[in-house]
Design a protein around this ligand. Structure first.
Ligand code: S3P
Length: 180
């Protein structure tokens, strides 16, 4: 399936909502390139994300994230997976929206906890109570996630099913004229 649009499909959403796996599936189905912002950031920094947080702290991670978004958002016809905190900064959203439709993936706290609760790769969840942290972060970010052009719930759905839903919804969004 080809979308026939030059726009990027940008996936936002909390950690554990499936942005990377779903993004790869969408890219394969639509014949688009796939770019993961966290992967690019790690490649450019020569460090892992936990290392960047440990060595320089979150503000420096966010600065590098915006730098990576500035470069990557200039692409066309790519599926771009963002890190879970990227859309909290309006500058990132503006950059990503210039050339793309923003699709936010959502999941319940239980699903998120099951998918990433024990992950060592999520510095923000390295606490005694990951569930409490997830709830706090979700509450603080909810309003930012809701600003996406399209919002899709992922609970109980396979990556393939979510990818198909994204392609359908993006096609309707485009034909409604909102993407002009
Ligand atoms: C973060 C999410 C992570 C990564 C970093 C910070 C966040 O990306 O960017 O650990 O602030 O939610 P994923 O959403 O891909 O896990």
């Amino acid at each position: 399936m080809r979308l026939g649009i030059g726009k990027n499909i940008v996936l936002s959403g909390f950690m554990g909502t499936g942005k990377t796996e779903v993004g790869r599936t969408v890219a394969r189905m639509a014949g688009m390139a796939f770019i993961d912002i966290d992967d690019e950031l790690e490649r450019c920094s020569g460090m892992s994300i936990p290392e960047i947080f440990a060595e320089f702290g979150e503000p420096e991670f966010r600065r590098r994230e915006t730098e990576a978004i500035r470069t990557i958002s200039a692409h066309q016809r790519a599926v771009i997976a963002t890190g879970g905190g990227a859309v909290v900064n309006p500058e990132n959203v503006e950059l990503l929206r210039r050339n793309g439709v923003i699709v936010c993936l959502t999941a319940s706290v239980e699903t998120i906890l099951r998918r990433v609760g024990a992950s060592r790769n999520r510095p923000l969840l390295q606490t005694e109570h990951p569930e409490k942290r997830i709830r706090e972060l979700l509450a603080a970010r909810q309003a930012f996630y809701e600003k996406a052009d399209i919002v899709i719930a992922t609970d109980g759905k396979s990556p393939q099913a979510v990818a198909e839903e994204i392609l359908d919804r993006v096609a309707s969004w485009k034909s409604s004229g909102k993407g002009q």
